[in-house]
Design a protein. Structure first.
Length: 125
């Protein structure tokens, strides 16, 4: 297995207009540059794409993992399996009775939630 890392650079204006998402053009450039990739992990939000682009992507895209803030439009993308897994901050507050985390897994579970296609329906819209 090989891992390639692509660094995304954006000026302030692009960051503002992209709203924390990878710009669509850069996203498609990465897909073209790595046509045989088994998976792509985004540490930015999934790009806003036109329906025709989403339909084309659904036919040939590698597994897609998003590690970023949750966005309501992720639910249909997860249901269509355009996003295969999203690691996002928790949606809910921990109960006051929650005990202090002891392990790395417990610390992770305190702060983040893993959303998959089969759990997307429970996500906020």
């Amino acid at each position: 297995m090989t891992v390639d890392v692509e660094k995304i650079t954006m000026d302030a204006m692009t960051m503002m207009t992209a709203g924390g998402r990878i710009p669509a053009e850069q996203f498609f450039n990465i897909l073209q540059k790595h046509p045989k990739a088994g998976a792509i992990v985004l540490f930015l939000g999934f790009p806003l794409l036109a329906n025709r682009d989403l339909d084309a992507l659904q036919q040939k895209a590698p597994k897609m993992v998003v590690v970023a803030g949750y966005r309501p439009d992720y639910q249909p993308l997860l249901e269509r399996r355009l996003i295969d897994l999203a690691i996002v901050p928790r949606f809910d507050a921990l109960p006051e009775t929650a005990r202090k985390p002891q392990t790395l897994r417990e610390w992770f579970a305190q702060e983040y939630v893993i959303v998959a296609p089969n759990t997307a329906a429970a996500s906020p819209r």
